[in-house]
Design a protein around this ligand. Structure first.
Ligand code: CUA
Length: 311
């Protein structure tokens, strides 16, 4: 899977193309104005002083004060109004709706459906390529902003104000997104990944995600499962199809397919998962995940074996 650097300048979606084009036009326009002004400065500076003549003030005001700013700014205004309209209206009726809720400081991602067909992920959005998708954005705490620059423009999640973003990824790959509105101490640690795959791979992933979670049936993982359900983890976390239904923290079903831990705070690997459970407050102070310093090394290994084996 190709990993893309988080950048507006490497668009991989129809909406991101529009934003990138606007950026290039503004760069070209401002480069032109800069060149023009520098050219004029050089022209005046290098000119023979004896041939300088005073310029009429009225001419300067009309040309430099009115025409020069109004023409490019008005053209840019109309271009950006048109670009915004294109960003707001889908070229085709969205074939998929995904609900994204911002929390301090992680992303809840819900794929709606009937009963068990609905499922939830966290900090991870899976999308089919070349498909128009509607993302419904909500927040129940403070204002966040959803921004995956390679795929689409940015949109605020304002509590009580439903918003939606339409996007159509045009390339498969892994894209990073980031909360783009300051939302508290861990705002910088509120990232997410969008994995764009082929339509077939997406259907297979969705079917798999709709099944109740299973885990490796071996003693360590079984011990981890028992600990998970007896140690308070279930009060905050959900495992699809298990008695764990907590909604305070991220859904941990299929944690193994996430590309980072704790919303982009740590790399996704066994060592960091262990360290996160033991002392989350060290890595992300103020988050709702407590540090579980009371677990023994064997407890942690069991919990990690259970969580890593979930699929
Ligand atoms: Cu959420 Cu910044």
């Amino acid at each position: 899977m190709e990993r893309f650097g988080q950048s507006v300048l490497h668009p991989a979606g129809a909406e991101a193309d529009t934003v990138a084009m606007l950026w290039w036009i503004m760069l070209a326009g401002s480069a032109l104005v800069t060149a023009l002004v520098l050219g004029l400065v050089l022209y005046v500076a290098l000119r023979d002083p004896s041939r300088r003549r005073p310029v009429s003030g009225r001419w300067l005001i009309v040309a430099g004060g009115v025409v020069l700013p109004v023409v490019p700014l008005t053209s840019l205004l109309f271009y950006s109004l048109d670009a915004t309209a294109r960003l707001r209206t889908a070229a085709a009726e969205p074939a998929l709706t995904v609900e994204v809720q911002g929390h301090r400081w992680w992303w809840e991602v819900r794929y709606p459906g009937e009963g068990m067909a609905a499922f939830t992920t966290a900090n991870h959005i899976q999308l089919p390529v070349d498909t128009t998708v509607r993302l419904r954005l909500t927040s129940q705490d403070v204002i966040h902003s959803f921004w995956v620059p390679n795929l689409a423009g940015k949109l605020d999640l304002i509590p009580g104000v439903p918003a939606e973003i339409i996007l159509r990824p045009t390339r498969t790959g892994l894209f990073r997104g980031q909360c783009a509105e300051y939302c508290g101490a861990q705002h910088a640690n509120m990232a997410l990944h969008v994995e764009v795959v082929t339509a077939d791979a997406f259907d297979a992933w969705r079917t798999r995600s709709q099944q109740p979670a299973t885990f490796a049936d071996e003693p360590l993982a079984r011990r981890g499962e028992a600990l998970f359900h007896s140690s308070g983890c279930v009060a905050c976390h959900t495992i699809h199809g298990s008695p764990a239904h907590g909604r305070v923290g991220p859904d941990l079903t299929r944690l193994r397919e996430r590309h980072a831990l704790a919303a982009g705070t740590l790399p996704a690997n066994r060592a960091h998962l262990s360290a996160w459970i033991v002392d989350a407050q060290h890595f992300k102070p103020g988050s709702l995940m407590p540090s579980f310093t009371g677990f023994s090394g064997a407890d942690i290994r069991a919990l990690v074996a259970y969580l890593e084996g979930l699929q």
